[in-house]
Each structure stands twice: as structure tokens, then as C-alpha cells.
Ligand binder design. Structure first.
Ligand SMILES: *Cc1c(COP(=O)(O)O)cnc(C)c1O
Length: 388
């Protein structure tokens, strides 16, 4: 069979869409003026940024919130947590071990500065029980940060219930919604959170633009000091083209979301059904309460890396479920958090589909994985020891 070219790693990043690219182009060479200038082209830039801020707020149901542009999702997560401890003066943070490193490493840094971190336990289905937050919370807590949708296993957390618990204690609630925006409906007001992070490159805008949505009245301390940009909270000349791209991406992502996610869900179900036919295979994370495009599957007895590399040779881009640092394969912290053994965690593969994928893509992925898993198992000592 011919080598194909199938991109199925949309949780890592997405292709910039034509509509986003078109929305950005005029702001590189024609309307390039610095929004802080006094002349009319500058006023036009400032107006474009103001309009983008208002539109994004509207798309995300944010009558009670304000949009602050950042350089990425990671920055938004850092800002939310660091500002909450500064704002409240409190010394404890509640989060979960399912979080993205942008949250986890920020918390570890604060721990090194003397803050206390409480991790909410998570059951095997990858969905934290709000009851656990009730047990852990107290008025010594600065902020609770729990992601809306997980980037590895796609599970969706009960964030609005958690926000309600937080507010009973006067505690701030932040959610990392980077994976959620564009894949499931996201309504800032309905979620009831104080802060929400998002990122452009997961929703067909370019890498290097994100936003922190902040509840009105919450006076965040400035995160980057300098000029008066972003209402004096985050200095640095606005990235006008990328802000316009983000505006377009969120507009696209929030229109027709139901039909799009229904289509992607059909593909995902076909993929999961096909892959679970392979023996000693499991789907990681709840099958229903997860992002429509996310399939995270473990194949016992093999390494996810080897599988991903061999799939690349067949023209399929997917991610292994593990984080590879300095050549050492570490089982994913998320899979460990939901209780997988090292053997199962190491055999994980993450396939994240988008509306650009087709049924043919899915069938080809299933065919290739079935073939490669068989070959890898034939030479796996772990497989032979336990099964053979
Ligand atoms: C990608 C991602 C981030 C980081 O966003 P960047 O814009 O790449 O910094 C944070 N959280 C989650 C859940 C993500 O998937």
C-alpha cells in the first residue's frame, strides 16, 4: 500500500486553518501599526485588538469576565496560579496529578518556595469526584486548579461542581481549558470559575498565542511588568496578527461545534472498536466522558514509542502515551495517576482525531496498528513471559 500522510496528533498541535491564516494576513504588512501609537493606523490596530477581546469574551459566554492575551497556554496557567497566591497571601494550592506540566511544574516551583500542594486523588476512569475536593478544601487554600479536559486521556472533569465548592469557602478556582475549547462547549459563566486558560495552537491558530480569562472584579497583579498593554497586567506590544488569528479560531471553534464533535466522535468510536479487537488492549480513561477526538489505548507487552515510530514509517503521526526525557522512557504521569502499572502505561498510544480526518484514515490506522503490534509482540520478552 502507498505511504499515506495522516495527522492524528491534534492534542499536540493543530494545522493553522485557512480562515485563521486569512484573518491574520492583513495585520503583518498592511495594518502593522503598534496599537499604542497616536496616529490613525495605530488606532485601527488598537480597535482590532479591542474587538478581538470583546468577541472572544462573547464566544466563551464571558459577560462576567475579561480576556487577557498571553504568549501561550503555559503562560496563562503560570499567571493564574502565581497571581492567586500573591493576591490571597494564602499558602496552600489544590490541584490534581492529571494536570498538564504547565500547572504541575508551577506548583512544584511554588512548593520549593514553601507553599503546600494538595493533590486530589483520581479513580481509574480519570474523572475526579468533587467529593474529594470537599474533603481537601479549607480557607487556607489560595487556589484550586483542575483542568477541564485532559490532554492525554481526554477525560472531562466536573469543574462547575468544583467551582461551587470553592466559592463556598471563598477560594479561587482556575481551570486549564486548553484542550476543551473547540472540542466541547465552554461557557465561562456557567462553569463558574474565576480563571480559565486557553491556547491558540490546539484550535487551528498559530503556536505562541493564548489567553487567560479572568472574572471581572478579580484584580490580578501584573504578570509581566512594563508598558500598559493588557489593561496594565501583562506588558509587551500586542501580537496583533496572532490575536486576530485567535479570534478567528475561537469563532470557528465555537460555531457548529455539535455537528463537528458528532463527526469526530463517530471516527473515534470506530477507531476504539477496531483497536480493542486486538487482544490484551485497554482504553485509558472513561469511554463516555472524554473529548470526542481522543483515544488513548494501551497495548500490553510493547512500548508505545516503538509503535509510534513504526507508525511514522507508514505515514501516521500519533503520540506515544509516555513522556520521553533524555532518552529515558518515563511512563506518563497521567496514566500512573489513574493507577496503571508500568507495563500497561508504557504500552500507551495517544491518537487524537480532528474534523480533518476521515473514515479511511481510521481504517488505515487500525490496520497498521494491528499489524505492527503483532510484530512487536512477537519479539517482546514481556509478552512471551506473560502470554506466550
Ligand atoms: C498544550 C497544553 C498546554 C500548553 O499550551 P501552550 O500554548 O503549548 O503553552 C496547557 N495545558 C494543556 C491541557 C495543553 O494541552
Amino acid at each position: 500500500m502507498d505511504k499515506r500522510n495522516i495527522y492524528a496528533d491534534n492534542a499536540a498541535t493543530t494545522r493553522v486553518s485557512d480562515s485563521v491564516l486569512n484573518a491574520m494576513m492583513p495585520y503583518f504588512q498592511q495594518n502593522f501599526a503598534n496599537p499604542s501609537g497616536l496616529y490613525s493606523p495605530a488606532t485601527a490596530s488598537a480597535k482590532a485588538v479591542r474587538q478581538a477581546r470583546a468577541d472572544i469574551a462573547k464566544y466563551l459566554g464571558t459577560e462576567n469576565g475579561e480576556v487577557f492575551f498571553t504568549s501561550c497556554g503555559t503562560e496563562a496557567d503560570n499567571w493564574a496560579i502565581k497571581s492567586a497566591v500573591e493576591l490571597t497571601g494564602k499558602r496552600r494550592i489544590i490541584t490534581s496529578r492529571l494536570e498538564h506540566h504547565a500547572v504541575l511544574k508551577t506548583c512544584e516551583y511554588l512548593k520549593s518556595k514553601g507553599f503546600e500542594i494538595t493533590y486530589l486523588p483520581c479513580p481509574e476512569n480519570g474523572i475526579i469526584e468533587p467529593e474529594e475536593l470537599k474533603k481537601a478544601i479549607g480557607n487556607d487554600v489560595a487556589i484550586v486548579s483542575v483542568m477541564l479536559a485532559n490532554n492525554e486521556i481526554g477525560t472531562i472533569q466536573k469543574v462547575s461542581e468544583m467551582a461551587e465548592i470553592c466559592h463556598g469557602y471563598g477560594v479561587l478556582m482556575h481551570t486549564d481549558a486548553v484542550q476543551a475549547v473547540g472540542n466541547i462547549p465552554v461557557d465561562f459563566k456557567a462553569l463558574g470559575v474565576d480563571m480559565l486558560s486557553l491556547s491558540g495552537h490546539k484550535i487551528h491558530a498559530p503556536k505562541g498565542i493564548g489567553a487567560l480569562v479572568v472574572r471581572k472584579g478579580l484584580n490580578l497583579p501584573p504578570f509581566i511588568h512594563g508598558g500598559k498593554q493588557e489593561l496594565g497586567r501583562r506588558a509587551g506590544t500586542e501580537n496583533v496578527p496572532y490575536i486576530m488569528g485567535l479570534r478567528q479560531a475561537i469563532s470557528d471553534a465555537t460555531t457548529g461545534i455539535e455537528e463537528r464533535s458528532e463527526y469526530v466522535l463517530c471516527l473515534r468510536e470506530r477507531l476504539v472498536d477496531g483497536l480493542l479487537k486486538i487482544e490484551m488492549t485497554r482504553l485509558n480513561g472513561d469511554r463516555a466522558d472524554r473529548l470526542p477526538g481522543n483515544a488513548n489505548i494501551s497495548f500490553y507487552g510493547i512500548e508505545g514509542e516503538s509503535l509510534a515510530l513504526l507508525l511514522d514509517m507508514k505515514g501516521i503521526c500519533v503520540s506515544s502515551g509516555s513522556a520521553c526525557t533524555t532518552g529515558e522512557t518515563e511512563p506518563s504521569h497521567v496514566l500512573k495517576a489513574i493507577g496503571l502499572s508500568d507495563e500497561w502505561a508504557k504500552g500507551a498510544l495517544r491518537i487524537t482525531l480532528s474534523e480533518d480526518n476521515t473514515i479511511e484514515d481510521v481504517d488505515y490506522i487500525v490496520e497498521m496498528i494491528t499489524e505492527i503490534v503483532g510484530k512487536l509482540r512477537a519479539s517482546s520478552t514481556l509478552w512471551k513471559r506473560t502470554i506466550g
